[in-house]
Design a protein around this ligand. Structure first.
Ligand code: SF4
Length: 411
């Protein structure tokens, strides 16, 4: 039979991230978590608080910030306090590289204020020092009962491990190509580090793994294999995805394949913001990826046609955009007052060819008149024609109808 469907989610350990009374679960079948990261200097407390607040308001369920200096580590408790005072309970994740063992041990208030740590096993030191630094950080995680993401990145690979895998590969009867060596090194680094953390006392349900690369096919290959080989919760993200539409397309191309196969428990879309572009764009893209693939619902999404020579005016594009903005702006207030409203579907169409048909498939649909068509604007609710709008302020009339529908169906 022809069926449309997503694969069952791969069973992973459920990791609980705590902030006060709030909990966010990663893995074990929980809804895929959206996360993001600040790009402010962490020791600039006010700017960082402002950006964390914006990301959380946009829908980031965890917010990571870099903890790279003693000043940054000292600032973390103040950031947490200010967020708490403003009623923002989003869990904070500390991103540590090179000196994480020092910062986590020398700044216990920072270690306590963070809800989760990210450790990169590729840059915690070399040889015996690496083992000792890694053990120090895991000891802090155990002491404060914090989950850890062991995040491997091919831009900062553990060179000794890479050499080892190269040597082992050279002895194989059927050696992998160089790309295979890189994949194996990434996966081995993540799993061996996680297993070591478990040996050091960190429970497996306190560990999230990631193996980030910057090319779509590499990411898919690495995560398929990683998912085959372990049951740790997985964080998906295409690192250094790029600017604008390229970054969005590459991230979505890679992540949607993996999510469709049931792989991935939390995602981040890593976009380079264009000048003036809001950092929150990556949160919106992550939500829209999860919603359009049927994994989660965040906000009613507008279905709209591209428009063509039949479209009579710019009113159609303006209405599609203003309707989507209106719906997004009503959340999260609507989410509190009207449970389930995020599943509502809305269609805004440009003419009579597909307009009435598409509009009938949505909970609420509107079909604007194309060239030469009657100026009347039909509105449909649950497949039935409900009203005909006329006049100049179609957008406001349509928003009023949407609000009435929401109140009567989700109130
Ligand atoms: Fe063009 Fe009408 Fe199709 Fe929209 S619905 S793309 S306006 S023909």
């Amino acid at each position: 039979a022809l069926v449309s469907g997503i694969a069952p989610r791969k069973k992973t350990f459920g990791v609980i991230v705590r902030q006060g009374k709030k909990t966010v679960v990663i893995g074990n079948g929980a809804p895929v978590v959206v996360q993001s990261m600040t790009n402010t200097a962490t020791d600039d407390v006010d700017s960082t608080v402002r950006q964390v607040f914006e990301l959380a308001k946009a829908g980031s369920e965890l917010v990571r910030l870099t903890v790279n200096t003693p000043e940054a580590a000292a600032a973390v408790p103040s950031i947490r306090e200010k967020l708490d005072a403003a009623g923002c309970d989003v869990p904070l994740v500390g991103d540590f590289h090179y000196n994480g063992h020092l910062l986590l041990t020398q700044f216990p208030e920072c270690a306590k204020a963070l809800s989760k740590y990210r450790i990169n096993p590729g840059n915690v030191g070399q040889g015996a020092k690496k083992d000792a630094h890694f053990a120090d950080m895991i000891a802090v995680a155990c002491q404060y009962d914090k989950p850890v993401r062991i995040g491997v990145n091919w831009g900062s690979m553990d060179q000794a491990l890479l050499e080892r895998i190269r040597d082992e590969n050279a002895k194989r009867d059927d050696p992998w190509p160089i790309q295979g060596v890189m994949y194996e090194a990434l996966i081995t680094s993540a799993i061996e580090s996680a297993d070591r953390a478990v040996e050091l006392g960190l429970p497996a349900d306190h560990i999230v793994l990631s193996c980030k690369v910057s090319q779509v096919q590499d990411l898919i290959a690495v995560y398929r294999e990683l998912s085959n080989r372990c049951s740790y919760a997985l964080h998906l993200g295409l690192t250094e995805a790029g600017v604008g539409s390229k970054g969005i397309v590459a991230s979505v191309a890679a992540l949607s394949v993996l999510l469709q196969e049931g792989i991935g428990d939390t995602i981040r879309i890593s976009l380079t913001p264009e000048p003036g572009e809001a950092r929150t764009r990556e949160v919106v893209v992550a939500q829209e990826l999860l919603q359009t693939t049927g994994l989660r619902n965040f906000v009613p999404l507008v279905t709209s046609c591209p428009g063509c020579g039949r479209t009579s005016s710019s009113l159609f594009q303006e209405l599609a955009t203003s309707t989507q903005n209106y719906l997004r702006n009503q959340m999260p207030e609507w989410k509190e007052r009207y449970p389930g409203v995020e599943t509502m579907s809305v269609a805004v169409m440009g003419c009579i060819v597909n307009g009435p048909g598409e509009s009938r498939h949505a909970n609420i649909g509107i079909s604007l008149p194309g060239n030469g068509e009657s100026p009347a604007v039909p509105v449909f609710e649950d497949g039935q024609k409900k009203k005909t709008l006329r006049g100049d302020n179609i957008d406001k009339q349509f928003q009023k109808i949407i609000l009435e529908y929401v109140q009567s169906h989700y109130g």
